[in-house]
Design a protein around this ligand. Sequence first.
Ligand SMILES: [Fe+2]
Ligand SMILES: [Fe+2]
Length: 495
Amino acid sequence: MGLLGTDTKKKLAMSGLVFVFCYLVMLFVVFLIIVVGNFSGWQTYIVENFPEVLSLIVSIFFLFGIVYWYYLFEDADALVNRKNILLIFTILIVSVIISYIFGEFVHIDSRPVAVFAFLALFLTSRRHALFLNFIFSFVMFVIDLFTNTAPMTNINNEIYASFLLSFIGGTVAVFLAGKVKTRGGLLLSGVFIAVPTVLIVMLFNLPEITTDWIEYVSSVGFRILSSILSAVLALALLPFFEHAFNRLTVFRLRELTSTDAALLVRLKKEAPGTFNHSLIVAQLAETCAVAVGENAELARTAAYYHDVGKLKQPDCFTENQTDYNVHDEITPELSADIIRSHTKDGYDLLIKSHLPKIIADVALEHHGTLPIKYFYDKAIRYSGDADLKDFSYLGPIPQTKIAAIVMICDGAEAAARAMSDRTPEKVEKVCRSIIEERMDLGQFDECDITMKELTVIKKALVEALSGVHHHRVKYPAIQFGRDRQAVKTEDDRNE
Ligand SMILES: [Fe+2]
Ligand SMILES: [Fe+2]
């Protein structure tokens, strides 16, 4: 903590305040649970069970505190942004509310306890979701334990069964839905988590089978329903959290890369050259991200949008020009100014269009502080002298591996497009020089990409580019006559 800057400390303090706020909201929710459970005599209940209520208040404080500590040690970066803390506790509180509404008004076994695990998985990460689900199960457990209207000496199996159901159901949900990329897949995970939870309910309620078999069967039925309900509710709530907290889920990434996404439609119509270039960069970025174990969907989406800033003046960029070139009529300084402004223009457009900040950051960083060689050279030729700073992008340099990957793929795609001979050896040479040049210019100094990863990226790029721009087979230039006899042979013929 001593090494943290003042700004970071301030942000952590703000997150601490959000934590306290969420804790107070949780206590209010617990109060409502007590009131609903003891509607006619909740005041008497609280007075008579004061030690239990106090235990509940303290237990929830520690459980919430453990989440805060966990993030402090495991992912302090996430903690710096108070929106993350708000998101985590909001999904926790909302899941508790939903579970108790179903438990109170439908059936105790209809609690859709896995909804929290699904939400945490898609809105945070698998590792965090596993831990957070454990905390959620404990929060449910202490609420059940300390708000139980039955005497404390007569705690029934249901409370323990409930804890196991939340924990096992949620954990299985995280593992099952971990690789899910479609809404249908998420629903299917909901069906599968019914298996362990139904087994638990069947075993815990086994004594009931002879005394009240109708209740036994309905418990099992409600358990199946609750598993599917968990997935349905997660699907219904995810868009709200995605937009309210500007989060990226696989589902939102899919929507952003769909052909009818507003900005992509504009790009295709107004800057077709840039659109085609972005499609290839996206394909390359996805391949490279897979090769180094980064988020491939995110890399692909970021690459789709990396050049949207060119929408401001599409005709000023080579890939969208036909005959007329505006740069023939303006100074190299002005040309460089127009070219380099597309990173900031892209960032502004993406933020204005409510796209996730991480996508906008890639658009801003994808040229780092690289020089615009063509116009620098032109300026030197015209006036004999030029300041390289006036012909360089304004940065910042890539801050994430995804931004570095898009930067490399962007350069490699442009270079490969200009190559007439794209044999793997020549593509390798070009890719190596692109990566080395960016390294020499310090473009990777602020992201945690390693030398090993750069080598892996280069290899993936060579394979992909040799595939994307595969050199065409030279057809034998033989012409046949009617009698199927060769009548003309040339060395080479352009097909
Ligand atoms: Fe660009
Ligand atoms: Fe580009």
